[in-house]
Design a protein around this ligand. Structure first.
Ligand SMILES: Nc1ncnc2c1ncn2[C@@H]1O[C@H](COP(=O)(O)OP(=O)(O)OP(=O)(O)O)[C@@H](O)[C@H]1O
Length: 231
């Protein structure tokens, strides 16, 4: 579904991505883990068209997205849940959902959306700022879903959430994959990663250096953690 080939680039004076190649298949959760600063967030930004001058190729079901501005990348079917959620604090949940929505969602009409994320229904008239961290995360996911994405990118969605809420989040991501969405998850939380991922990719120094199924990863976790994850 989503394919990244040799993405390279970064910020002024810093070449952060050194040739990132990965696939995020439909109906699967693909997790990307790695130490701080290896380029996980930058990879997602590159997919979204938010990294000027990036080299390499991003394709969605064979359609080339490289070089498109962010709103056209989104329109092509990529939903983005950025780090820190970016919920509008002074808008209600309902208004947050309407921002950026061009037409009523075909795949995620309200009844389906709120079946997936029941807490939001009760919060529709609440301001973004009045939501708990978990509710804000679910709202950020909902806001991406109402654009009918085929691919959902999530940047550290478990950050700051209580373990119980992380379990809810895991269930939501599995359901989305079950609906055929290609989920590409950047995470530091190994428990969430192992609970939801079909495949786990490890990034180091701007590249994917290791790839394993969730089962294989569990078997080799100690060695992997020592080599690529321990600070
Ligand atoms: N806007 C920016 N301008 C300049 N350098 C940046 C910018 N954003 C990130 N960087 C640098 O790029 C490198 C990669 O950052 P990135 O956020 O992609 O890493 P990451 O793997 O997501 O790490 P983290 O888990 O800390 O978010 C870091 O060295 C970071 O300091």
């Amino acid at each position: 579904m989503l394919a990244l080939r040799g993405l390279a680039g970064g910020y002024r004076g810093a070449r952060v991505l050194q040739g990132v190649t990965l696939d995020a298949p439909a109906g699967q959760v693909t997790a990307v883990i790695g130490r701080n600063g290896v380029g996980k967030t930058t990879t997602l930004r590159a997919v979204m068209g938010l990294l000027p001058g990036v080299e390499g190729e991003v394709t969605l079901a064979g359609e080339r997205l490289t070089g498109r501005p962010p709103h056209l990348v989104a329109r092509a079917g990529i939903g983005y849940v950025p780090e820190g959620r970016q919920v509008f604090p002074d808008l209600t949940v309902e208004e947050n959902l309407r921002v950026g929505q061009r037409r009523p969602s075909r795949q995620w009409p309200p009844e389906r959306l709120f079946a997936l994320l029941p807490n939001l229904r009760e919060r529709l008239r609440n301001l973004g700022r009045a939501l708990s961290g978990g509710e804000q995360q679910m709202l950020a996911i909902a806001r991406a879903l109402v654009t009918d994405p085929r691919v959902l990118l999530l940047d550290e969605p478990s950050q700051g959430l209580a373990p119980m809420v992380v379990r809810e989040l895991a269930a939501v991501l599995r359901r989305l994959a079950g609906e055929g969405v290609a989920v590409l998850l950047v995470e530091q939380n190994l428990r969430l990663t192992e609970a939801v991922a079909d495949r786990i990719l490890i990034m180091a120094k701007g590249q994917v250096v290791h790839e394993a199924s969730a089962a294989a990863f569990a078997a080799e976790e100690e060695a992997v953690r020592h080599r690529w994850l321990t600070m």
